[in-house]
Design a protein around this ligand. Structure first.
Ligand SMILES: Cc1cc2nc3c(=O)[nH]c(=O)nc-3n(C[C@H](O)[C@H](O)[C@H](O)COP(=O)(O)O)c2cc1C
Length: 357
């Protein structure tokens, strides 16, 4: 389907996190666009099978975007044409990946230092894919001393980009500081194409507030989608949903069903799915509901210590490997998770250290 950026609630491109069954889950829960994991143009050119798998769309996905990373305009144009041939509804250029190894090779956020190169990529990719939108995902700059987001945004627009996503941080900031939605708003003012804001959305009111600050067309969600995939339903319905632990478990069961369809129900598929499940529990355990005083936990704060309202909620909040492995096995075997492994001693220490009163 042709993407609509106005009012979009987008599941972000995430290595590992945007695996196909998890995208299907987020699509079912209301994401209006689902982005795949970053695929490297160079590896696609080398016919790498795992890289080709990243271009695969689920037929049920409403709007599927492929994110490409590369260094040269020609390889990106070639890869964009391939992605579209395989069903992508949009192709996105990664100008944000902070990983040293990528940056050394001139890929990801390294491109922020070369706005002209980004423009060349957009031009070449537009030519290669015709009507299919080409979008660009940027950060505010390579370092805090080099905030060139307006220059990069204008270069992408002038070259014909159909939309921009702005993650309101620099490469060097990583996740340390809050994303700046004021800066995202400056981009909105500087260009005519739709701008998607990205950074720190965990609850529906935050999506509203941040969108209002920036005046952007839509929002993109990454960690929020990994921690609570129902965030898309919350945002599209415009209300906070306090899911019970049972309801959350049902969502995780749905992921298992989708995972089995994708990876296969044989031993090999089950082992792969188990690996993903354990990984996902590392994010799912971070969910904390609204506080008793009505305030909301913030993305940037880790809250290990909240008063769980049931044994199952306490189990789902555990962030130790034994609990994640146990929960994954229960889900795969269709068992109730009612005899969890003992809480590791370091976790007990952490919990008993809560000051009283
Ligand atoms: C596990 C994980 C993998 C990510 N992989 C990618 C990626 O492949 N491409 C990309 O542009 N951004 C990637 N990101 C960054 C997110 O898309 C997003 O820009 C960033 O996390 C800020 O959004 P958030 O505050 O909603 O998490 C990744 C983030 C996470 C947590």
């Amino acid at each position: 389907m042709k993407p609509s950026f106005t009012g979009a609630v987008i599941m972000a491109p995430m290595t590992k996190g945007s695996n196909l069954p998890y995208r299907r889950l987020c699509d079912e829960l209301g994401a209006t666009i689902t982005m795949g994991e970053m695929a490297l143009a160079r590896k696609l050119q080398k016919q790498s099978r795992p890289e080709f798998a990243l271009l695969r769309r689920a037929p049920s996905e409403k709007v599927f975007g492929v994110q490409l990373a590369g260094r040269q305009a020609e390889e990106m144009a070639w890869a964009a044409a391939l992605a579209v041939e395989r069903g992508a509804d949009l192709v996105d250029i990664n100008c944000g990946c902070p990983i040293d190894d990528m940056v050394r090779r001139g890929i990801g956020s390294a491109l922020l230092q070369k706005p002209r190169r980004i423009a060349e990529m957009v031009t070449a990719m537009k030519k290669a894919v015709g009507e299919v939108p080409v979008t660009v995902k940027i950060r505010l700059g390579f370092t805090d001393d080099d905030l060139n987001y307006l220059e990069v945004a204008r270069a992408a627009e002038d070259a014909g980009a159909d939309a921009l996503t702005v993650h309101g941080r620099t490469r060097t900031a990583r996740y340390r500081r809050d994303a700046s939605w004021t800066a995202i708003g400056e981009v909105v003012q500087a260009v005519k194409i739709p701008v998607i804001g990205n950074g720190d959305v965990l609850f529906p009111h935050e999506a509203e507030e941040k969108k209002a600050i920036a005046g952007c067309a839509g929002v993109m969600i990454a960690r929020g989608a990994l921690i609570k995939p129902w965030i898309f339903r919350e945002i599209t319905e415009g209300r906070y949903l306090d899911l019970t632990a049972e309801e959350r478990l049902a969502i995780y069961e749905r992921y298992v069903a989708l995972g089995r369809e994708h990876f296969g129900a044989d031993e090999r598929g089950t082992t792969r799915l188990r690996g993903f499940l354990v990984w996902h529990f590392g994010f799912w355990c971070r969910y904390v509901p609204r506080h008793a005083d009505g305030s909301y936990p913030r993305m940037q704060e880790r809250e290990e210590l909240f008063a769980a309202r049931s044994e199952l909620e306490a189990l789902l909040a555990r962030n130790d490997e034994a609990a994640h492995a146990y929960l994954a096995d229960c889900l795969l075997e269709g068992r109730r998770p009612d005899s969890p492994p003992p809480v590791p001693s370091d976790l007990i220490v952490e919990r008993s250290e809560v000051p009283e009163g």
